[in-house]
Design a protein around this ligand. Structure first.
Ligand SMILES: C[S@@+](CC[C@H](N)C(=O)[O-])C[C@H]1O[C@@H](n2cnc3c(N)ncnc32)[C@H](O)[C@@H]1O
Length: 318
């Protein structure tokens, strides 16, 4: 449906009027954060930042630009997330390209990156005598793996995903960000591609965690546009952690850490799924105070270190 307030062709429109018109239209269509969406789309068509919009409110939009802008506003009004329209989302200060094959990175996932950095920095190369080995399970756009690669010059990172199209997006982001040399992308069901001798220092994951019983709480933007394999909606939302923890225990070195993002109200049940063989279990809240990241350390009792990573990955990188 075309926006109700699109001005007639030929009538000049300045930036302020264009924004006001778009915001009103998006609000009328119940689009969340309508002002932000209208701004981002205008920034996108103009190739300008937010400061430009607000310091040049009287600048007139060229008719072709106005037409393109209101076409994007109409697309957003269908529920399609702004990031799939612009093709971009910022995460950890880096610009990620996103397509409908990957989940749009969320700000709360930065808490998982923070936890990972704490563990990694407490366990430096000098201490370990080799590069750190980190695996990001279900990498999607690659946001977690690449944020860590940008911060940890002494880390080798393996990023897995069950979705080949998602891995292609992640690999493209790695190249664009100049971080491809220390990140390998592997198609795998969780960690099942790893050989018995893998000895990672850190296993991270933001897995799909929405349960079938939570579908009515999932926003239209997610339900209709983000890939189902990325957010879930099948069976019990927390079921995936049980399998992930069992596999993580097998591929971590003794003393290595696991850190996972969890959904609203899942932290307690996920913590219990860790089972035996873990110490120092912790739960970290996000900025809204919601328990968001569960962490644990593999007990250092066992000492079965295997051959060096990455020779132990069986699946080919893409
Ligand atoms: C919630 S998204 C997270 C994406 C990205 N890491 C982020 O934080 O934005 C979950 C990701 O896990 C992948 N995935 C789902 N099931 C999987 C499985 N069994 N094994 C590996 N990856 C899986 C999905 O394709 C998706 O990319």
């Amino acid at each position: 449906m075309a926006p109700r307030h699109v001005p007639s062709a030929g009538i000049p429109l300045n930036l302020r009027q264009a924004l006001r018109t778009a915001i009103a239209d998006l609000q009328r269509r119940d689009v969340p954060s309508a002002s932000l969406a209208a701004e981002l789309l205008l920034m996108h068509v103009l190739g300008r930042d937010r400061a430009y919009l607000y310091t040049n409110p009287e600048v007139e939009l060229a008719p072709e630009t106005a037409k393109r802008y209101f076409a994007l506003v109409a697309e957003r009004a269908t529920g399609k997330p702004t990031q799939y329209i612009t093709g971009h989302q910022e995460f950890w200060g880096l610009d990620f390209e996103v397509t409908p094959d990957v989940l749009i990175p969320r700000p709360e996932t930065e808490h998982l990156v923070e936890a990972a950095l704490e563990f990694a920095r407490a366990d430096s190369r000098e201490k370990r005598g080799r590069l750190q080995r980190i695996v990001d399970v279900g990498t999607g756009s690659g946001c977690i793996a690449l944020a860590l690669a940008s911060e940890l010059p002494d880390a080798l990172i393996c990023a897995t995903d069950i979705s080949r199209p998602a891995l292609e997006v992640a690999r493209h982001n790695a190249r664009r960000l100049g971080l491809g040399d220390r990140v390998r992308f592997v198609q795998s069901d969780l960690l099942s591609c790893m050989g018995a001798g893998a000895d990672f220092d850190l296993v991270l994951s933001n897995p799909p965690y929405v349960g079938a019983d939570e579908l009515d709480r999932v926003q239209r933007e997610v339900r209709e546009f983000e890939p189902r394999v990325a957010w879930g909606g099948v069976g019990r939302g927390d079921a995936i952690y049980e399998k992930l923890f069992a596999q993580a225990r097998d591929v971590l070195r003794p003393g290595g850490h696991v850190a996972v993002e969890v959904g609203y109200s899942q932290a307690e049940s996920v913590r219990k799924m860790l089972g035996t063989g873990w110490v120092g279990v912790g739960v970290r809240p996000d900025l809204a105070g919601i328990p968001r990241v569960v962490t644990a350390q593999k007990s250092s009792q066992s000492s079965d270190l295997g051959p060096p990573w990455p020779a132990s990955t069986r699946n080919p990188s893409i």
